[in-house]
Each structure stands twice: as C-alpha cells, then as structure tokens.
Design a binder for this molecule. Structure first.
Ligand SMILES: *Cc1c(COP(=O)(O)O)cnc(C)c1O
Length: 380
C-alpha cells in the first residue's frame, strides 16, 4: 500500500520543469530581468514548493495578488534561507499586484512587501504612510494602457505629471502595465499598448518598466522592457496558442480505476443517461470528479490514457467519479487500481482546457485539494 492509494487522483508536479521553464524565459527575455508570478498558490501547484524552486533557480523578483499571499510567500522564502551563505543573499523582492488594502499599508512594511499602486487614491494612501514615517517607501506604479482593468488611466497620469508633489514619499521603482491580447500576436492592441506605455515612461526616466507576462514575452524584445512577469508559462501552459509549446510540461494527473463492468448495447452511462453504448462495451469507473476540479464541462468530451491507449470519457462527470469507455484496451490493463492519465503526455493542460472550452490557467487553478501530491525535486 502506498500513501497515494488513499486517494482517487494522483498529481505529480515537476519542480525541475518549473525551474527549466523559468531559465528558458529568462534567457529569452535577457537582458530584461525575469520575475515569476506565483499568485493563486502558484496557479494551483503549491506556492510553498514552487517558489523555493524558482528562488533556487535564481529568480529574485516575485509577484502575488493579495496581501495574504505576500505574507505567506515571504515566510516560505525566508524559511529557505539557511544562513550558510556569506554574504547573505538579498531578500527576494515581492510585489502585490492588487496593491495595499486600504488601512493595511503598514502591514506591507512589516513583511517587506511592495504594493503596485493602481490609482491616485493608492498613491495618496502610500504617501500618507510615508509622511507619517518620515521615509520614502518603494512602490510600483501601474498605468492602464488599454485593458481598462487596473492601473492609472491617462487623466490620472496627467494629474501626476502636473502635480508631482502627489508622489512625495513614494519611491517609484517600477512602472508597469498589462497587455490585454498578448496571446494573439497579430492583435493591433499589442502595438498600441506598447506605444502608450513607452509614451508614459518618458515622464519617468531611469525607472524600470514591465509590460509582458508569459505571452507578451514572445511578442519580441520591445515588449520585454527591463522586467518580464511570466506566470502560466512557468507551469507549462503554452504561451503562444496555435504554435508549438516551448515549455516543459509540469503537471501529470492520473485517476485510479475503482470498478470495471461490461455493459450491453443501449445501456446508459452516468447521470442524465447522456451516453448510450452503441455496442457491448467495457466501462471503467475512476475516482476523480468535478469536486477535484475535473471540470463538469468535460462530460462526453474529455479523454484519458490507459497503458498508452486513448480512452474516451463517456457520460457526465460526477462529483467524485468519471467513466471511460475502455473497450479497446487489452483486458489485462483494465482492473481496479489501474491508473488512467487525465493530464500528461497524451493530453497536456492546454488540450484538456480546449476539450473543456476553457484555458490552461483555469485547469491548473482548479486542481483539487483531494489529490495525493508528489513533487519531483528540481535536482532529479
Ligand atoms: C497574472 C498576471 C501576470 C502573469 O500572467 P501570465 O499570463 O500567467 O504569465 C502578469 N502580470 C499581471 C498584472 C497579472 O495579473
């Protein structure tokens, strides 16, 4: 009996592949600095394991979304420092993409977290804390160049230009913006946003700029500026949809077979009887369901791989179970305890996402908490 026998699904996360992906992106973006986005528990893969692997690979700058994520990341990364190195390496820089929650600004200082200021109100709140402390506090400033999500719109930027005292006490160390359509290299907004960003940067000579995430990094060196901020590509998601994925796969997911049954032609499979066998068939029931983040949209659309054979998912996805047509698989491979691969070489994260009508990001961040998780260390 292995520990993993206690669960229905087995998730293997290759930290060596995460580190290799970071190095590939770093080399591609050089001389720009390559940061890493580890928000949402490193896209569902586990920040506590992923962030130290990235730091060991040489990553010095991290982005998370929220204050709580930042506090957790700081603790994860400082636990890694052994004290054996001399001189001690500088503490990694951590930016909070969603900024400082109002009223909690001082907590950022306590944990050495740097806010992304997304509007004049953020700038004022950060400046107020600075003046109370009589200090200059570092911050990133995000400007909205056409996505209309976060960041200073052009009118707020013009106000700052005219009234630079608004920035008193704030040391802007990074000017950033975010691309709306970087996964579509032909989209005209990519150039428009770069032009708007470049124009805005003229008021900030000497301040580092950051525009590109995973896909933007592949638009070309102009978009890389001084720092890139990839997330998804680190975790194996293809950065340029429709072209070959240069990233190493990170995630493998298998589901354990609980039961195998023969059914007659015309028999129904699963809730709603949405599938009916067209001929006598063999059905394997495996112990993963939508409660594990295996999306219900994959009913009658997903597939698995059993001993190198593609097996279509038939019927609906239940909360804890899925059913596969394994009729074509040699019977010695089909037995309780056998593992059916759901994400892996035969069907990567992007392929599963396409079958579910979504993107790889959502497949990863949905990965459930019930799986037995194995981390392959970066050294192996
Ligand atoms: C999530 C996020 C990223 C990382 O994006 P990927 O597409 O996963 O590389 C970078 N910048 C911002 C502002 C983000 O919100």
């Amino acid at each position: 009996m292995a520990e993993s026998d206690r669960t229905g699904g087995i998730l293997t996360i290759d930290l060596g592949a995460v580190a290799a992906n970071w190095r590939l992106l770093r080399d591609r973006a050089a001389p720009a600095e390559c940061a890493a986005v580890v928000k949402a528990d490193a896209y569902g893969l586990g920040m506590a394991e992923v962030a130290p692997a990235l730091a060991a690979a040489g990553c010095r700058v991290f982005f998370v979304a929220t204050l709580d994520e930042g506090i957790r990341l700081r603790s994860v990364l400082s636990a890694r420092a052994t004290g054996a190195e001399f001189p001690p390496p500088a503490a990694p820089t951590i930016f909070l993409l969603n900024g400082a929650p109002r009223g909690y600004e001082a907590e950022l200082l306590q944990y050495g977290l740097i806010p992304v200021l997304n509007g004049l109100a953020d700038v004022a709140a950060w400046g107020l804390l600075a003046s109370m402390l009589g200090a200059t506090l570092p911050a990133a400033l995000q400007i909205d160049t056409g996505m209309s999500r976060l960041g200073l719109p052009p009118d707020e930027l013009a106000l700052l230009d005219g009234e630079p005292q608004r920035l008193e006490g704030t040391g802007v160390i990074l000017l950033m913006s975010h691309l709306a359509c970087a996964d579509d290299p032909a989209h005209e907004l990519n150039r428009r946003q770069l032009d708007a960003f470049s124009a805005a940067r003229r008021s900030w000579p000497g301040v580092a700029g950051s525009l590109a995430a995973s896909s933007g990094l592949f638009l070309g060196p102009d978009w890389c500026c001084e720092m890139v901020r990839p997330g998804a590509a680190l975790y194996g998601v293809g950065p340029v949809p429709g072209s070959e994925n240069p990233m190493r796969p990170v995630v493998r997911l298998t589901a354990r077979v609980l039961q195998v049954r023969q059914i007659d032609s015309g028999a129904a499979v699963g809730y709603g009887a949405t599938y009916r066998a067209g001929a006598p068939a063999v059905i394997a029931t495996a112990a993963v369901g939508y409660a594990d983040g295996y999306l219900r949209a994959l009913g009658n659309r997903g597939a698995g791989c059993l001993g190198g054979h593609r097996v279509p998912l038939v019927g609906r996805v239940s909360m804890d179970l899925i059913t596969f047509d394994v009729t074509e698989v040699p019977s010695e491979l089909v037995h309780p305890g056998a593992e059916i691969e759901l994400i892996g070489a035969a069907s990567d994260v992007d392929a599963v996402a396409t079958a579910a009508g979504t993107i790889g990001y959502e497949i990863l961040t949905s990965l459930g908490k019930r799986y037995s998780r194995t981390y392959l260390s970066a050294q192996t």
